[in-house]
Ligand binder design. Structure first.
Ligand SMILES: Cc1cc2nc3c(=O)[nH]c(=O)nc-3n(C[C@H](O)[C@H](O)[C@H](O)COP(=O)(O)OP(=O)(O)OC[C@H]3O[C@@H](n4cnc5c(N)ncnc54)[C@H](O)[C@@H]3O)c2cc1C
Length: 386
C-alpha cells in the first residue's frame, strides 16, 4: 500500500451523486484536488435508463454514460475505478481503499445502495436483480431467450420491468407481499390504476403472499408461496428494494442506521458529507431524517454539498421527485401525496388517462403527480411553493 496522497476532496462512489458533486465543485470555483473512488469498472453512468431503454434494447450501455474521460480530464478529476473504500479514519481524515490511503480535507460519501435479493439464491442462474449496467446486460440477454418470467416486487422498478417483459411478449407473473402495487411518494393513490394496467396487459398477479421457497433446475425456476401455490418461470427478476452501502463504515463511529445520518446540509460529522441513495438527510421542517432513493435527490444533494464546500452557501431543501414509465405512461411525482386526502384534479382528466393531480391540506399542496402530462406538470410545480 502506498503512502497517503495529497488531500483535497475525496469522493467515494463514482456514480450520479458523486460525479454531480465533483462537477459542481469545479463550477463553484473549487480548485484543489478532486479524487473519485469507484467500485465499478465503468465511468459514471445513469441508472434510470437501465430498466427502460437499455432493457428494451433501444439503447446500448454507452448511451447511459454521463460524460467522457476527456471531459473529466479537463476538470482535473483523479479516478480510481474498480477500487473499493474499505474504511475511514475520521480523526486522521483518511480513507483506506483496497490499494491506497487517501487523505482528505472533505470526504463525500456517495456509495449508493445495492439491490436486495432473496435469501439463498446468490448462486441461482435464473435469478436476476437490476442495479448496475452488468445486471441490465445480463438480464437483457436472458430475456432474449425467455418465454416466461416471474417478477418479485410490485414497486416502481418491478412495474417497469414487468412492462418491459410484456412488450417483449414474455408471459409474466408479478408477486408481492403487499396487497397492492405501490409507487413511491404517491400514498397508494395509484394502486388501482397500476392494477388496471397490469390486467390490461395480461400480467398475472399474486399479491399479499410471501415467497417461502425457491428452487431451480435445468428448465425452470419455481417459487413456493405462502398460500401454498407454486409459480414457475424461465427466469425471475427480484425487485424488492435496496440497502445502503455502508458496511465499510462499520467501525467509523458514523451513524449508519438505514443510511448515513446527516444534518440538513448533508454533513454526517465534521469534514464528512453523504449524498444520494446512501444518505439520510434531516428535513429542517419536520426534523425527520429520510433516505430518498431517486436520481433527482442524488443530483440535488450533490449540488448542495458542492456549493457549501466551495462557497459556504446553504441550499434550501427541495421536495422529493421521481419519474417513471410504466406501460407507456409517463409518470412524474413531486412531494408526497397524502393517503388520507382525496386527489384534486388540477388539469386533464383521469378518464382520458392524462392529468395533473394533487393532494391539498388546509390550502397547502403536499404533492403533485403528472400522468402523461409532463408539460402541464412542470407548469403546475409552483403549487408546491405556495
Ligand atoms: C434500474 C434502475 C432504474 C431507476 N430508475 C429511476 C427513475 O426512473 N427515476 C429516478 O428518480 N430514479 C431512478 N433510479 C434510482 C437512481 O438511479 C438512484 O437514486 C441513483 O443512482 C442514486 O445515485 P447514487 O450516486 O447515490 O448511488 P448509486 O448510483 O447506487 O452509485 C453508488 C456507487 O458507489 C459505488 N460504491 C459502493 N460502495 C463503494 C465503496 N466501498 N467504494 C467505492 N465505491 C463504492 C457503487 O459501486 C456505485 O457505483 C433507478 C435505479 C435503478 C437501479
Amino acid at each position: 500500500m502506498s503512502a497517503p496522497e495529497e488531500s483535497g476532496v475525496v469522493i467515494v462512489g463514482a456514480s450520479i451523486a458523486g460525479i454531480t458533486c465533483a462537477q459542481a465543485l469545479r463550477s463553484e470555483g473549487y480548485d484543489k484536488r478532486i479524487t473519485l473512488v469507484g467500485a465499478e469498472k465503468h465511468l459514471p453512468y445513469n441508472r434510470p435508463p437501465l430498466s427502460k431503454q437499455v432493457l428494451a434494447g433501444k439503447w446500448n450501455e454507452n448511451q447511459t454514460f454521463i460524460d467522457s474521460q476527456e471531459k473529466f480530464d479537463e476538470l482535473g478529476f483523479q479516478f480510481y475505478l474498480e477500487e473499493s473504500a474499505l474504511s475511514v479514519d475520521v480523526a486522521a481524515q483518511e480513507v483506506r481503499t483496497d490499494s491506497r490511503k487517501l487523505r482528505f480535507d472533505e470526504l463525500i460519501i456517495a456509495t449508493g445502495a445495492s439491490a436486495r435479493s432473496l435469501p439463498n439464491t446468490a448462486n441461482f442462474k435464473r435469478v436476476h436483480v437490476l442495479r448496475n449496467i452488468d445486471d441490465a446486460l445480463s438480464l437483457r440477454q436472458s430475456l432474449d431467450k425467455a418465454k416466461s418470467a416471474v417478477v418479485i416486487g410490485a414497486g416502481v422498478l418491478g412495474s417497469e420491468v414487468v412492462s418491459n417483459l410484456r412488450e417483449r411478449g414474455i408471459e409474466t407473473v408479478l408477486i408481492d407481499r403487499m396487497p397492492e402495487p405501490q409507487l413511491p411518494l404517491t400514498g397508494g393513490h395509484f394502486s388501482s390504476r397500476i392494477n388496471a394496467l397490469l390486467e390490461e396487459n395480461h400480467v398475472k398477479t399474486k399479491f399479499g403472499v410471501d415467497v417461502v421457497a425457491v428452487s431451480e433446475d435445468e428448465s425452470k425456476i419455481t417459487f413456493t408461496l405462502s398460500d401454498g401455490s407454486t409459480i414457475d418461470g424461465d427466469i425471475a427478476v427480484v425487485a424488492i428494494g435496496c440497502y445502503p452501502n455502508t458496511d465499510w463504515l462499520r467501525d467509523s463511529g458514523i451513524d449508519v442506521s438505514n443510511g448515513i445520518l446527516c444534518d440538513s446540509k448533508g454533513l454526517a460529522t465534521p469534514h464528512i458529507f453523504a449524498i444520494g441513495d446512501v444518505a439520510r438527510w434531516t428535513d429542517v421542517a419536520s426534523g425527520k431524517a429520510m433516505r430518498l432513493e431517486n436520481q433527482t435527490s442524488a443530483i440535488e444533494q450533490g449540488l448542495a454539498v458542492a456549493k457549501f464546500i466551495a462557497t459556504g452557501d446553504i441550499t434550501p431543501a427541495s421536495h422529493p421527485f421521481f419519474w417513471s414509465e410504466i406501460f407507456g405512461n409517463k409518470i412524474l411525482m413531486l412531494g408526497n401525496l397524502d393517503s388520507q386526502l382525496p386527489l384534486t384534479i388540477v388539469q386533464g382528466s383521469t378518464s382520458e388517462n392524462r392529468f395533473v393531480a394533487a393532494t391539498i391540506r388546509d390550502g397547502v399542496t403536499t404533492g403533485i403527480v403528472g400522468w402523461n402530462m409532463p408539460r402541464e406538470f412542470r407548469q403546475t410545480r409552483s403549487m408546491m411553493e405556495k
